[in-house]
Design a protein around this ligand. Structure first.
Ligand code: SF4
Length: 379
């Protein structure tokens, strides 16, 4: 394997997290309290493996499951009878990509309510007109009927969904109906938004749905840096929207279990997590920086010479607004896949020719022959 720098380690893409508050010992003791129930599970059950890694240790080599800060926080907010399901999901999400295990469904399904974005962030592929120019056919919003079909297939099979991908989800006016439809069906539903369009209706829809995590994408605490990175953005408006959201949450949803997080992309030396924390800590539960993955224009980027397989091929599946299915959003023009839902089911695609061939070629050291994988830094 070549020695390379600048890889994007998807499993550790959160560089730093501030403000996670749940008590790790308490969470561990809750999990340990489930020992009798977990003992009844099959040895191959991911929840049993997670338990073994946490409390017993193992002679197995390879990736081990541990509780990360944001995972502790998530377990801290679910009920005891949901913990085994959660461990099953989280072990699959973290360890299957390292162990190259594929089950019937991906650990995470990422659904794109909208590929359209109202921002043009400097580090984002929305700046590529081959994507964002409407004439090329990549722009649109997902119809609610298609969304329901996806959810109907994966409910009970998948525990984690993200409503976000290439575009801004709140651009889709049917997002409130989508949120209502997923309510109570998953243990880790996350919505990412730049909060520019976060009006009262959207805020109540998010809180009514009782989802687990709402991520506000923001990379700076002050202007002009915010707008320099988030082109077309307006920090003042975003702050007003988040304050109104918090106000509604406190007054109308005092028992909400929602975790709010500001997540910034670590892109420039001008950014400071300390400043971010200082500014945002009064408005959200957590403040994080994620590693910068050079998303913009992968197709013309130089070849990276990375031979390591891409872990995302074992971790998640993306459904675009029009039903097209992609293995990742680095390939934002969808050149790796011709799959479409519902012509094929999510499970068929995850276990089908496109995914299996990509996995095999990555495992066989052929990543350099695949585009845009040869120019991508995700491992
Ligand atoms: S372009 Fe290839 S290597 Fe990069 S994230 Fe997508 S599948 Fe993985």
């Amino acid at each position: 394997m070549m020695s390379v720098h600048g890889m994007y380690d998807k499993a550790n893409s959160i560089l730093d997290i501030r403000g996670a508050t749940a008590d790790k010992m308490q969470v561990l003791s809750r999990i340990e309290g489930l020992r009798a129930e977990i003992d009844q599970l099959q040895e191959t059950d991911p929840a049993k493996r997670a338990f073994r890694d946490l409390f017993i240790g193992s002679s197995d080599s390879g990736a081990r499951f541990a509780l990360r800060d944001h995972v502790i926080e998530e377990i801290g907010r679910i009920s005891d009878d949901e913990v085994i399901r959660y461990l099953r999901y989280r072990y699959a999400y973290e360890v299957f990509p390292a162990d190259k295990v594929v089950r019937k469904y991906p650990p995470l399904v990422q659904i794109e309510p909208s590929s359209i974005c109202n921002y043009r962030c400097v580090f984002c592929y929305q700046a590529d007109s081959r994507l964002s120019d409407k004439r090329h056919g990549h722009m649109g919003v997902m119809p609610i009927e298609l969304f329901r079909e996806i959810i109907d297939e994966i409910e009970g099979e998948v525990e984690a969904i993200s409503l976000a991908s290439r575009g801004e989800p709140t651009v889709n006016k049917q997002l409130p109906e989508m949120l209502a439809y997923v309510s109570g069906k998953f243990l880790a539903t996350k919505v990412n938004t730049n909060a520019y369009l976060l009006d009262q209706k959207m805020a109540r829809a998010i809180l009514d749905a009782d989802i687990q995590t709402l991520v506000f994408s923001a990379d700076a605490a002050t202007e002009p840096l915010y707008s320099k990175l988030r082109v077309n953005g307006n920090l003042e408006r975003v702050m007003q929207n988040i304050e109104r959201f918090n106000d509604i949450k406190e007054r109308e949803y005092p028992h909400s279990r929602l975790i709010t997080r500001v997540s910034g992309v670590r892109f420039s030396d001008e950014q400071s997590l300390d400043e971010m924390e200082e500014h945002w800590k009064n408005f959200v539960d957590q403040v994080t920086f994620v590693d910068y993955n050079p998303w913009g224009n992968v197709y013309e980027a130089e070849k990276k010479g990375i031979d390591e397989p891409c872990s995302d091929l074992w971790r998640r599946l993306f459904v675009w607004w029009d039903g097209r299915v992609a293995p990742c959003d680095v390939d934002y023009l969808t050149t790796l896949s011709e799959e479409k839902f519902p012509s094929s089911s999510i499970s068929e695609i995850w276990n089908g020719e496109m995914y299996q061939s990509l996995r095999e070629r990555h495992m066989n050291g052929e990543r350099q022959q695949l585009e845009p994988c040869s120019r991508c830094v995700v491992v």
